[in-house]
Write a protein that binds this ligand. Sequence first.
Ligand SMILES: [Zn+2]
Length: 253
Amino acid sequence: MITKNSNYQEILNSNIFSKILRTQAEEIFYEKSNVLVLAPHPDDEVIGCGGSIELLKKKESSIQMIYLSNGIPNKGTDVGSRVLQRKQEAIQLNQNKNYNKPIFFDLETRKIEFNYTKKINELKKIISQIQPNLIFVPFVIDRVNDHHFTNKLLYQVLKDMIYESCFIYSYQISNFIKLNSYVDITNVFSVKVEMMKFYQSVLEKTNYIHLFKGLNLYNNFFVKNRNSKDEKYFEIFLKQSVKDYLEICKIIF
Ligand SMILES: [Zn+2]
């Protein structure tokens, strides 16, 4: 959700978005990279960009996950044990895939909006240390508040750093995005499904495998020269320079 002061028309009319809308989407081919993934909740990273991360890992990239919250709202029974379970699932996924040790910011789920500023310095430090050349983050106008405000944290961090040697990849979770690039994940789609199976506590409630299968198939619409007879899977992104990303965030936040 966008804050009440935001003006969608202003955002959509901005030079950057009109530039993106005119640009035809291009397929991304990854190379060995230093990758930082910001996941508001453990499972967003799989749903939004799990296939792309797998392709990057195959190129021997270094993958660093940061989970902003544990994904468990502080209500109902057994909150403590459900938090532990969800974190354990994330840790096991990261270990199994040989990613770097995941970082948990432990911000309160569904309240990132109110406490993200606590993590500005920590995220600055991490970015300075690992020097990512790719940063994955949910699309800035994602309708889920925690996803939206994860961008506000990244914005606050990057606007004060002189760090421009990377691309920001906005990934798709719970709504459509303005995209300019896509990745064919067909060959690793079954791996993405296996990655999601680490989150059994999530799958017990919602079959996200079913959902992202549909989404990744639907994304054929945005692909150049597609052959609609093939069953192909795509993840889509808005790929931006830090400068362009900051310009959009400045309008939105
Ligand atoms: Zn999420």
